[in-house]
Design a protein around this ligand. Structure first.
Ligand code: MG
Length: 375
C-alpha cells in the first residue's frame, strides 16, 4: 500500500465537565485526528496525546509538528506491504509513540477497510462486548467524590478507579469503601509518589483494592519492586510500559503483576498486541486504559480490549461520559459493557461534518499540486 495524502486536523472538543488532574483543570479535549488517503482507500487515526505534556512528554502541538516534519516525509509515497511496516519505516525517529501510533492506526484502518476485515478480528479478539470501568479524577471534596462514584455505579460501570495523590489518598479511598462496600475499586497515582512514601501507600493495603496503578515515576522500577514486595495489593504499571520489552523487564523484576495497555503509549496497535502477548505468557493480566479518546480512538480500543488476556475492566466509558460532542455516534453501554465494533477497519463511521465543525487547525500534506497553466 502507498500513502498518498493526509489531512491532519487539530480539534477542540468540549468536555461534559472540567476534568481535574494533578496537572490542572482540562476544559476541552485538544486532539489530533488524521484522515489518510492511500492507493487502497481512506482511513482514520487519532493521536492519544493530550493538549499539554502532563501525562507523558507528548502533547498535541508537538505531535502535529513531529508528524508533519519528521514522520510523514518517511511515509508519503513509500510502498509498504501493509500497516505493519509503518513502525519499521518510522524507526529512525526516536520517541513520539503517540504520533507514530496515530499514523499506523489510520493506515491500518485503510488496509483493513479495503479487505473488509474488522480490526478486532485482525488483532485476534475473542469477545463481542467488553467490561467498562469509570475513571474518576481528583475532586475538591469527599462529598463530590462520593457523588461521582454514585453516578458511575448508577450508570452500570463494572469497576471504579480513583485518581490519588499525596494528600488525597487514604481518607477519600476509605470513604468510598465505607460508603459503597465491596465494589471493584482501584486507584491510580500517575507517578505522584516517591520511594519515601512507601509507608503511606502501605496504608491502602487493607482496603481490598484491585490494584494500585503507577504509584511512582515511570523510570523508577525499583520503587515499584519495593512496594510490590511489601503489599498484597497488586501493582499495575501504566506510564512505565513503553514497549513489549519494557513490559517483560518490569514483570521479570517484580515491579508489577498487572499492566495497563494503551496503544498510543507503546507506539501503536501492533506493539500493543505484543505487550498483551508478553503479559499473557507471564500470566500477567492486562486491561485497556483511556486517554479521553473520541469515539474513533475508543472504537479501536474496544477491539484491543476484546483480546483474550484483557480480563479486567478497562477505562472504556462511552465517549459521551467525557465529551459533550463526539465524532461518531457514541456506542451504547448495556449492563456495563460496550459492544466491539464489527465493521471493516476500525468499524465506525466518522461524522465528517462534525470533524470540520470542531477543527481549529488543518494541514493537508500530499503531492505538490501541478502549477496552474500559464496564460
Ligand atoms: Mg494510569
Amino acid at each position: 500500500m502507498r500513502l498518498e495524502r493526509v489531512e491532519l486536523r487539530r480539534l477542540r472538543l468540549p468536555l461534559v465537565a472540567p476534568f481535574r488532574t494533578a496537572a490542572g483543570l482540562q476544559r476541552d479535549r485538544d486532539v489530533l485526528v488524521v484522515k489518510v488517503t492511500t492507493d487502497l482507500g481512506e482511513g482514520w487515526g487519532e493521536c492519544a496525546a493530550l493538549g499539554e505534556p502532563t501525562y507523558t512528554s507528548e502533547y498535541t502541538e508537538g505531535a502535529r509538528h513531529v508528524i508533519r516534519r519528521h514522520l510523514l516525509p518517511r511515509l508519503l509515497g513509500r510502498e509498504l506491504q501493509g500497516a505493519e511496516e509503518v513502525a519499521e519505516a518510522l524507526r529512525p525517529v526516536r520517541g513520539h509513540p503517540m504520533a507514530r501510533a496515530c499514523l499506523e492506526m489510520a493506515l491500518l484502518d485503510a488496509e483493513l477497510r479495503a479487505r473488509g476485515e474488522p480490526l478486532a478480528r485482525h488483532l485476534g479478539a475473542v469477545r463481542s462486548a467488553v467490561d467498562c470501568g469509570a475513571a474518576i479524577g481528583l475532586k475538591d471534596s469527599i462529598g463530590h467524590l462520593l457523588e461521582a462514584v454514585e453516578g458511575a455505579l448508577a450508570a452500570g460501570y463494572r469497576r471504579v478507579k480513583l485518581k490519588i495523590e499525596p494528600g488525597w489518598d487514604l481518607e477519600p479511598v476509605q470513604a468510598v469503601r465505607e460508603r459503597f462496600g465491596p465494589i471493584p475499586l482501584q486507584v491510580d497515582a500517575n507517578g505522584a509518589y516517591e520511594l519515601g512514601d512507601l509507608g503511606r501507600l502501605a496504608r491502602l493495603d487493607h482496603l481490598d483494592l484491585l490494584m494500585i496503578e503507577q504509584p511512582f515515576a515511570e523510570d523508577d522500577l525499583r520503587a515499584h519492586v519495593e512496594l510490590a514486595r511489601r503489599l498484597r495489593t497488586p501493582i499495575c504499571l501504566d506510564e512505565s510500559i513503553t514497549s513489549a520489552r519494557a513490559a517483560a523487564t518490569a514483570i521479570v523484576l517484580g515491579a508489577c503483576s498487572i499492566v495497563n495497555l494503551k496503544p498510543g503509549r507503546v507506539g501503536g496497535y501492533f506493539e500493543a498486541r505484543r505487550v498483551h502477548d508478553v503479559c499473557q505468557a507471564h500470566g500477567v493480566p492486562v486491561w485497556v486504559g483511556g486517554m479521553l479518546e473520541t469515539g474513533l480512538g475508543r472504537a479501536a480500543n474496544l477491539a484491543l480490549a476484546a483480546l483474550p488476556n484483557c480480563v479486567l475492566p478497562g477505562d472504556l466509558s462511552a465517549a459521551d461520559r467525557h465529551l459533550a460532542q463526539d465524532l461518531t455516534d457514541p456506542p451504547v453501554m448495556r449492563d456495563g459493557r460496550l459492544p466491539v465494533p464489527t465493521g471493516a477497519g476500525i468499524g465506525i463511521t466518522v461524522d465528517e461534518e462534525r470533524v470540520s465543525e470542531f477543527t481549529v487547525e488543518l494541514d493537508v500534506v500530499g503531492p505538490e499540486r501541478p502549477a496552474p497553466p500559464r496564460p
